[in-house]
Structure formats: C-alpha cells, structure tokens
Design a protein around this ligand. Structure first.
Ligand code: PHB
Length: 389
C-alpha cells in the first residue's frame, strides 16, 4: 500500500493532523496500536487554548466543542488563607475553553469516519524504515499479517512511549528531562463542579486542583507521593484530603460522590531535540512532555500540528519545503517557552519534599507578588491562554 503521509498514533494530535490534511486532499493513514474504545477511555486534561479551538474549526470538527465547551475567562489561585483571580478577559481579551480531550478525540474519530479516512487499529509492532532516505516505509502487523506502507513522510504522534522518537538514532537525538518528586491523583465524579472557575491551590498539605468537564462532571486532583497507588486512596480519603487543601468556602460547598475514574500520573518535563530526522517528524508527546500544571499537553501538541500542517501544505500545494525544513526549530521555539511556563507553575504551586524554610518563603513571596502585581498576572495569563503560533 502507498499513501502520502503515515501518521503513527490515533490520539488527538494524529487525528487532528489527519483531518486537516484530508480536507486539503492530502492522503494520510493513521496507525493506532490500541482499539478506538481504549483511546476513548483515556481521561486527560480538558482546557483548550484558542489556537487549538481554531485548528478544530479549520478542520471543520468544531461544532460540538463550540456548543458544549465552556469558555472560561479566568482561574483562581489559593495559598494560605488567600484566594485571588487571574482575569484572562481583562488581561488578554482571550478565554480558554473547557472541553475534555476525550470529547475532542471522539469528535475527531466521528469526522474521520465521515470523511472516509483510513485508520488501522491494533496495528502492532510498528516500525519505521528508511526515515532518512527519500523513500521511507512503515511496517506493522494487523491480525497477524505483516503489512507495508510506503509514503513520503512519517509523522510520529505516538506519545512518549511510542516507537517514533526511538527511531531517531541516539547520536542525533538530545533528550532533556526533569522528573518531579510527586504525582497527581486524579478523580472524575458525576457531581457539579465546586467552583465556576478552576481553582489551583497551594496548601501546606500539597497542591490541589478543582477542574471540570461539564456542569455535572467534575475533575479534581491532589498532589501525592510517587509511591502511592490509586488503591491506597478510598473515595472518602480523597474527598477529605481535597477539602483540607482548597479554600474553606469551597470545602464547605464541595459536593462529593462516587469516583468514576481514579488514577495517578507522575509529573515530568521532557524535550527531545531535534523533532525531525529526514522524513520522520515528531509531534506532541512523542517529542516533549510537560507537567499538567497549566494544562499544556494537548495544546502544545496542537501547535506542533499547526507547524506540520502548514509545512506539509506548502510542500504539497506549492512545492515549497521551507516550512518542513524549519519545523523542528519553529516548533521547539514555542515548546521551550511552554516548558518554562509549566515548570514555573509546578514550582509555584506544589510542595517539594526537599523544600527548605528559605525555599518556602520564596515560594510564598512569589505567590504574594502574583496576587498583588498586575504585570505578573499578565505574564501568567498570556501563557495560560496560549502563546501565539
Ligand atoms: C483537567 O481538567 O484535567 C485539568 C485542568 C487544568 C490543568 C490540568 C488538568 O492544569
């Protein structure tokens, strides 16, 4: 089989790129290692930058997101007995949209079905061959049969553990990594959100976040030790801990219920450079990871999709390959700024096991400065709503 572009990974970034390309008549096959139900069962963050929203509309997949997504004009931050708001509308004129990544993925699969795009599920043992030649191909097995796909370009949207990044030789790749000494325990519950806006809480018991998916679906997180297992946390223990970390007024009105999902995710910052090797391009988590404090994972994948899409479009439509040649440099310029922001938010809001008395006072001074200083709030707001592409 032959196609123009092979996209490895059927998560939101691969599907979004596939949809954008399909609409321009560029043929792309998506290879996904799991089943559609598995992909749609993954619970991820739910805050979309306007850049992401625009890309979904450009791909003509934005209708449900626009009707069901909830625009948010700000976030709340709490520390000690203080609570303040970052006003995105006033500081930037731009909202973010709360709409779950799972729903984004569902919309993209529905659109892909409708447009007749080819997706191979349960594609096992995917391997990329000749990435640094003019004639790359990808092999995989499907129902026990080995198959071969010849193509012009391979796009690695297969996440941190995927095969794409590992295909780039060690002597070409430079990996930068920072692991944080804690995780996030996340709970999804069919209850009304405690606050109309997200609350990011720095408490002496550790970080907590109150988020949401829709008016009757809440998403909450508490910072926890990396050694904890979800089974260590009964629902009651989770709700008690959350109440102790969020502002008292929120704790009093918190409506609790049975958890419908509970999981622990480690926090990591990671960037692999370059993001291109010959005809293989890394996109999203395959090339970089941010800690979730700031909700930048999917949004950063979307900026990669934007640069790649523009590059592929110029190449196929105008025979101009400058966009593809500059992809890695252009994408990384923005990625490192988002890495900085996510690292900064993580440092600002969490309790670190090794934090000294001095470190704690500095953290508090930073929160106080942010609380009272509009320029500092502006910096946070501009980063949170999304840097330009
Ligand atoms: C979420 O809703 O899951 C969420 C929101 C904001 C974050 C991280 C996760 O910073």
């Amino acid at each position: 089989m032959r196609t123009q572009v092979v996209i490895i990974g059927g998560g939101p970034s691969g599907l979004l790129l596939g949809q954008l390309l399909l609409r321009q008549g560029i043929d792309a096959v998506v290879l996904e290692r799991r089943t559609r139900d598995y992909v749609l069962g993954r619970i991820r963050a739910g805050v979309l930058e306007v850049g992401f929203v625009n890309l979904m509309q450009e791909a003509q997949v934005g209708a449900r997101m626009l009707s069901e997504g909830i625009p948010h004009d700000g976030i709340r931050i709490s520390y000690d007995d203080e609570l303040f708001r970052i006003d995105f509308a006033r500081l930037t004129g731009t909202p973010v949209v709360v709409y779950g990544q799972t729903e984004v993925t569902r919309d993209l699969y529905d659109a892909r079905d409708a447009a007749g795009g080819k997706t191979v599920f349960r594609a096992e043992n995917v391997q990329i061959h000749g990435a640094n030649t003019d004639a790359p191909h990808v092999t995989y097995s499907e129902d026990g049969q080995i198959r071969r796909l010849d193509c012009d370009y391979v796009i690695g949207c297969d996440g941190f553990h995927g095969v794409s990044r590992r295909t780039i030789p060690q002597n070409i790749r430079r990996d930068h990594e920072k692991a944080y000494p804690f995780g996030w325990l996340g709970v999804l519950s069919q209850t009304p959100p405690v606050s109309e806006e997200l609350i990011y809480a720095n408490s002496e018991r550790g970080f907590a976040l109150c988020s949401m998916r829709n008016p009757n679906l809440s998403r909450y997180y508490v910072q926890c030790p990396l050694s904890d297992q979800p089974g260590d946390w009964s629902d009651d223990r989770f709700w008690d801990e959350l109440r102790r970390r969020i502002p008292p007024a929120a704790a009093e009105t918190l409506i609790t219920g049975p958890s419908i999902e509970k999981s622990i995710a480690p926090l990591r910052s990671f960037v692999s450079e370059p993001m291109r090797w010959g005809r293989l391009f890394l996109c999203g988590d395959a090339g970089h990871i941010v800690p979730p404090t700031g909700a930048k994972g999917l949004n950063t994948a979307a900026s990669d999709v934007h640069y790649l899409y523009q590059g592929l479009l110029s190449h196929y439509l105008d025979g101009d390959s400058a966009g593809l040649d500059n992809y890695s440099a252009d994408a990384l310029l923005r990625i490192w700024k988002v890495e900085r922001f996510s690292w900064c938010m993580t440092n600002l809001l969490h309790r670190f096991p090794e934090q000294s008395g001095f470190d704690l006072r500095i953290q508090r001074a930073e929160l106080e400065f942010l609380h009272e200083n509009e320029a500092a709030q502006m910096v946070l707001a501009q980063n949170y709503v999304g840097l330009p592409y």
